[in-house]
Ligand binder design. Structure first.
Ligand code: ATP
Ligand code: MG
Length: 235
């Protein structure tokens, strides 16, 4: 089972959108998929409630909402046979819940929008993330993706340099596209919309999906693992 955590301390960078599209991709490719929605707003649960019944089912767990009669651990248990778990993190997550998510994750996907405030905050978030023991020790897969990109986005260059210094890949750039809005409204993902109309978006998703399916980072060379460099964050 692979667990993918979509997280950034910044709000509105596309965590729920990317979580939903990941879940829809795996489900539609025959992988039994579950989602853990840690967001008190329940965006993922809302998306799941709009999902058409004829599409492959995705099991949703509202991780913030205690269900009576269940212990927390039992509540967070995914159905047997689940091949992929997507965790949609809320903005500004810290403390125990943050640690709990990191402990479950095999891969961490960090979306960032092309705003200098978001880019700066993301650099600080990545640095904090790498200070967490498990991420550093196990070489857990960590990657950043640009989201809602309108044109070539030169403002990402300092972030790219910072990530390169840490050995963290800048995996892909996703365009600002109405297809994501259409998919969100219909409980689907871009991989479940018309193939021709979403050809451009699918092309941009390919590097992310390839990166997620690459061999376990535990088997990667030392150079390929995230490094903890005491470099100052990007200005
Ligand atoms: N690539 C995209 N193209 C167009 N719209 C997008 C894209 N990504 C996200 N959006 C839109 O941006 C808004 C914020 O996205 P989303 O809710 O996924 O962010 P979030 O990081 O989960 O926010 P929060 O921190 O509040 O949980 C939503 O209205 C979503 O539809
Ligand atoms: Mg969200």
């Amino acid at each position: 089972m692979q667990t993918i955590l979509v997280i950034n301390s910044k709000g509105g960078c596309g965590k729920s959108t990317i979580s939903a599209n990941l879940a829809s991709y795996y489900a539609t490719n025959g992988v039994k998929t579950a989602m853990l929605d840690y967001d008190p707003q329940g965006s993922t649960m809302h998306w799941l409630s709009a999902r058409p019944a004829h599409l492959p089912r995705i099991h949703g767990i509202h991780a913030c909402k205690p269900r009576s009669g269940l212990t927390r651990v039992w509540q967070m248990t995914v159905p047997p046979g689940t091949g992929c778990v997507i965790i949609d993190a809320p903005a500004g997550i810290t403390g125990l819940a943050f640690q709990e998510m990191i402990n479950r994750a095999d891969a961490i996907v960090i979306p960032v929008t092309p705003s200098s405030i978001d880019i700066h905050a993301t650099s600080a978030f990545v640095r904090d993330l790498l200070l967490i023991g498990r991420v550093r020790r196990s070489g857990i897969r960590v990657g950043v993706i640009a989201n809602r990109v309108r044109r070539d986005a030169p403002q990402y260059e300092p972030l790219k340099r910072f990530l390169a210094s840490l050995g963290i890949p800048f995996v892909t750039s996703l365009a600002d596209s109405d297809s994501y809005i259409t998919a969100a409204e219909s409980g689907t993902g871009i991989h479940e919309l018309d193939k021709e109309e979403t050809a451009f978006e699918r092309e941009q998703w390919a590097p992310l999906l390839k990166w997620l399916s690459a061999p376990d980072p535990g088997e990667m060379s030392e150079e390929a693992r995230p490094r903890l460099n005491l470099v100052s964050i990007t200005r």
